[in-house]
Design a protein around this ligand. Sequence first.
Ligand code: PFF
Length: 479
Amino acid sequence: MVAISNGQGGEQGWSSRSAFILAAIGAAVGLGNLWRFPTLAGESGGGAFVIFYIGCVFLLGLPLLLAEIFIGRAGQTDAVGSIRRVAEQSRVSKRWSLFGGLGALAAFLIVSFYSVVAGWVLYYAGVFAADFGSAVLAGDPFRGALAGESQEQIAGRMGNLFADPMLLLSMHFLFMGATLFIVARGVSGGIEKAATWLMPGFFVLLIGITIYGAIVGDVGEAAAFLFTPDWSKLTPEVMNSALGQALFSLSLGVAGIITYGSYIREGTKLGSTAAAIAFADTGVALIAGLMIFPIVFAVGLDPAAGPTLVFQTLPFAFESMPAGSLIGLLFFVLILVAAVTSSISLLEVPTAWGVGELGWSRTTSALVFGAGAFAIGVLCLLGYNVLSDVRPLGFWSIFAETDILDTVDGFTGKIMLPLGALFTSLFIGWRADRRLLETTTGLSRGMFTLWRFLLAWLCPIAVTIILVTGLFPSLLGAE
Ligand code: PFF
């Protein structure tokens, strides 16, 4: 076996192509699929959003995904170093590598609030574990969840959690600690192991709960809601959020896939690898919809509940479902698994940067960035209670009313992530050496032409639209 020279010191690489695919699917499948996608699909009225989203994934997301995998594979080191190397080989300015730094910063900021949200999931997993435990002790393990609580009481749990900084902080600490632990152990010993252990379990749970939803819930109504388009609902705003969601869900624009791609061994077919990741990620988002909405509809609840859909609407639905307590527990464990395999990929980006560019050891780098992200996450969670009046970018009209967590989320999602995607498409679409692209990707002639065309034209135009309308929502006629 050939050790790859990725500047990470020693044997830092995936052990096989399938290990990379699994880890990259783990990175892509996360809160974005299980929490944000159903939330957005529900809020945006279903079918038209979903169909437009699928179009975005394959016309924009897939070409960008392949571009990021290519940069990592060709560069073989952290995002900044990899872009610099591709720029050198293409004889263009090395300053392109700055967008790798922007990506690493974005990943660092995203993991800080991602861990806070994953902390809520951890809390709910704990609530359902306790509930299931008491059901077992009472000799009725298959009862509904949270027996006897009113809808207000169940919804109130979220408010109580948000009002309790110590509880939020403990959950955030546990989740970030687990993320840091895995990343510090390295690529093959930590990240790959986590993905190969967790992802199969994830798929079993996902399919299991979806079948359960189909049996006890209203899968016909859910499928009609998700796939029957009412095109009048496809407003510019909805298109904008579908585009942004496609980037977020595929982990694009933050150099995460560049970093994971740098650990791929020579000779791996990149095109089919990228396609497998995009299919799996989109498949999971759609299955998540088909898992959640039948349960929501069966109880006659509102699919457009927004971000609280998973935390308030569903727990209430589980109350009247057979085995709701057990299923609720499994559901939150499922989200937790998806979240951890994504958060490790986020923390890996700045960690690899510290190793590759600053010469730090992996442990030091993971600790520094993990602790830094933890600290920013603490500010985010205090924004729900102690610091609830703080509006970090309050002077800027689009963030005037936005609390700390939503500001970090909005700033990264609306600005940094599209910028990262824009630079990637311009760099690979226009500047990177054609021969290097052809030999590294191994695409057929026709696919190569299509890929480069989408990257050079469609991606920059579409992403610029997201960026500009994100910054100036009044252009969409919204405030
Ligand atoms: N794709 C992840 C999700 O859908 O939850 C979020 C994410 C992970 C974004 C890793 C970026 C990244 F590098």
